[in-house]
Write a protein that binds this ligand. Structure first.
Ligand SMILES: [Fe+2]
Length: 262
C-alpha cells in the first residue's frame, strides 16, 4: 500500500474510533532490515539490557545500544510516509516519545485491556498521543491478535480501568488477527486495547515494534529514566530532519519520575 496520505474518511474514522489499520504500509526492504535487527536485539540480550536500565537505573547503566541506535529502527521511527500521516492526524508539531522492539514467542500470555496515554493524572485528552504498532511479519489467525475498543479513547480513564476484564471479548470490540506483512496499526494512545493470546494454536513468532508520538503543546511524562539520552542519540544519529525540529526535542517533556513515586 505504502500510503503517504490518508483520505478524509480515514481521518474521520481515526477521530471517531481511535484507530486505523494500514495493511502493507511499510516498504518490504525496511521491514526485512528491521526484522533482522529485532532478532539481534532479542537474541544478543540488547533488549534485556535496555529493560534492566529502564527498570533499575541505579544498578544498570544506559546500554551502548538503544532502539534508535539500530539503523533500520531509526529509519522506521522517522519513516517519512508515517510522519506525514501523523501530521494529518495531529498537526505538524509532534515529538517522538519512545519505541519498543520485541519478538513475541507464540506461547506468550495475553496482555489485559489497557491504554497507553501518558498523563500523570488522567484528566483530559486535549493533545493526542499516537502509537504506531508495526507488525513486521503480519499476524495470522493462529497467532495472538490485537483487540481494540472503538471510541474508548474519548473516555478519560486510568490505564488499568479495564484490567479486571483480562483479555475477555467486550461488546463492540474489533479483533484484528489477520494482517499482511509490513502492516501498521495506528492507535490513539488512550484507546483501550488488549493482546489476546491463542494458547491452543502453535503460531509463529510475532515481530512487533511500536513507536509513539505526541502532539506538542503540553509537557509529556517520559516513561524511561534514560529518555534524554535516547533523544540525544536519535539526534546524534541524524534521524531528525531540519523541517521537523520538534521530533526529538527534550523541551516537550516533563521530568522523569520513578514509577513508585508517581
Ligand atoms: Fe499497549
Amino acid at each position: 500500500m505504502q500510503l503517504s496520505k490518508l483520505d478524509d474518511e480515514s481521518i474521520a474514522q481515526f477521530e471517531r474510533d481511535g484507530f486505523l489499520v494500514l495493511p502493507r504500509f511499510l516498504p518490504r526492504d525496511l521491514v526485512a532490515d528491521v526484522a533482522a535487527e529485532v532478532d539481534r536485539w532479542v537474541d544478543t540480550g540488547l533488549r534485556v539490557q535496555a529493560i534492566a536500565a529502564a527498570v533499575d537505573p541505579d544498578t544498570h547503566k544506559v546500554p551502548d545500544i538503544l532502539e534508535p541506535d539500530l539503523p533500520a529502527h531509526g529509519e522506521l521511527i522517522a519513516h517519512k510516509p508515517l510522519l506525514e500521516i501523523l501530521e494529518q492526524l495531529m498537526g505538524s508539531r509532534f515529538v517522538f516519545h519512545h519505541m519498543h522492539s520485541d519478538r513475541h514467542e507464540p506461547n506468550r500470555p495475553g496482555k489485559a485491556w489497557h491504554h497507553d496515554y501518558e498523563q500523570r493524572v488522567q484528566s483530559n485528552r486535549s493533545h493526542p498521543m499516537i502509537h504506531a504498532l508495526h507488525y513486521l511479519d503480519g499476524i495470522d489467525p493462529d497467532m495472538a491478535g490485537l483487540a481494540v475498543l472503538p471510541g474508548s479513547h474519548l473516555e478519560v480513564a486510568e490505564k488499568t480501568a479495564r484490567a479486571h476484564l483480562g483479555t475477555d471479548v467486550l461488546p463492540g470490540e474489533v479483533f484484528i488477527e489477520d494482517l499482511p506483512p509490513g502492516s501498521t496499526v495506528l492507535l490513539h494512545s488512550a484507546l483501550f486495547h488488549a493482546r489476546r493470546a491463542k494458547p491452543q494454536c502453535p503460531g509463529r513468532p510475532r515481530y512487533f515494534v511500536d513507536a509513539s508520538y505526541c502532539q506538542v503543546g503540553t509537557l509529556w511524562p517520559p516513561v524511561k529514566p534514560y529518555w534524554r539520552e535516547m533523544l540525544n542519540r536519535a539526534r546524534h544519529n541524524g534521524l531528525a530532519d531540519s523541517d521537523r525540529p520538534d521530533l526529538f526535542d527534550e523541551i516537550h517533556f516533563s521530568d522523569y519520575i520513578k514509577p513508585e513515586q508517581r
